[in-house]
Design a protein around this ligand. Sequence first.
Ligand SMILES: Nc1ncnc2c1ncn2[C@@H]1O[C@H](COP(=O)(O)OP(=O)(O)OP(=O)(O)O)[C@@H](O)[C@H]1O
Ligand SMILES: [Mg+2]
Length: 387
Amino acid sequence: RLVERSVGVFGKSGTGKSFLTRILLAGVIQHDMAVNLIFDMHNDYGWEVVDERGPRAKGLKQLFGSRVAIFTLDEESSRRRNAKYDHVVTLGYEGIQPEDLAMLKTTMDLSDSMIDAAYELQKMWGKTWIGTLIEASSETMDFLKESASINMPSVLALKRRVQRFERFGFLMPQALDDSAQRILEFIEKRKSVVLEFGRYGNALEAYILVANYLTRRIHEMYVKKVETALGDESMEPPQLLITIEEAHKFLDPLIARQTIFGTIAREMRKYNVTLLIVDQRPSGIDEEVMSQVGTRVTALLDNERDIAAVLMGISGAGGLREVLARLDTKQQAIIMGHAVPMPVVVKTRSYDTEFYQSLSGTPGGSDGSSTPYQSSTPDDRDSRRIR
Ligand SMILES: Nc1ncnc2c1ncn2[C@@H]1O[C@H](COP(=O)(O)OP(=O)(O)OP(=O)(O)O)[C@@H](O)[C@H]1O
Ligand SMILES: [Mg+2]
């Protein structure tokens, strides 16, 4: 039931959201409940993961081998971390639409008139407008001044903003190949894809831009495939769970209506796509979207507005307020909503060798790691705990 509707993992910083999410995803993969596309902002899911306790924790690729593929936007970072990546993702300038800039309004401090200017430039220059703007010489800019429909101060300000894209090595005039298509090929083979951002994870605009761009394309392909299947489930693409972090940046009330993530949350499971959103500030998420987050897994929250946001629409939530504010600072959470009959407080299992062993023996096995695994059969008790 977890993947039947969108899922949220909440909790303030350091409460174990990433660890908990990795445990949930491991369960989803092990039981083949859905295929995952994970926009991995801080390299938390694919390969070895920094653990405050000292030794590094294993990523999903190390646990599930060929059932998980790592795509990277930052080849150098993946190589340095010895992550076994399957594909390097590049994006062409022609893939970026003025709509994408609208998503980045707050993050990049863009005004409405700058976004209007983007639409004007696209009309004039076509698909390559953004590359043309970044590289525009002073002659080109002088030439623009002649055009009556162009607001020059906005164009100049926009040019300065989008020039930030030049530091993103994965963005180029023309993409090396169609990454959305490549991701879809893996997904259709029921292989989960972790997209590592490497050093670009520190640039929120890179994360939002790439996640929006790829998700929009993949969702379009999903809609087409589901519609051509005409209700024949065997022809439909597999259930897809898309994980995003810093979700409130995608789903704040100002943009939730326009973004692809808002669309996916609202259309529920119609096209076999649901979201797993990870966030430390749930009060920043649009209320309508939040109401579609069927199952909420919440670690400690101490801000009243965040607590109110995660409890919204949960029946009998009054008493949970206290419980939520008093959870341990790590490895404790409340699960509520669609996947459970009633809210329940859980101790999150430890993400350690015992956990890794409980997963071995899964179909596909683990081939991505240098550490040998004991091959034991999956422990029923443990898999129930995951669910
Ligand atoms: N289930 C777990 N098993 C083992 N260790 C855990 C678990 N949950 C949390 N921890 C410990 O707590 C630390 C912080 O967890 P994590 O990185 O998941 O927090 P977070 O909520 O994602 O933080 P941030 O908001 O900064 O991203 C981990 O480095 C790990 O040491
Ligand atoms: Mg985290």
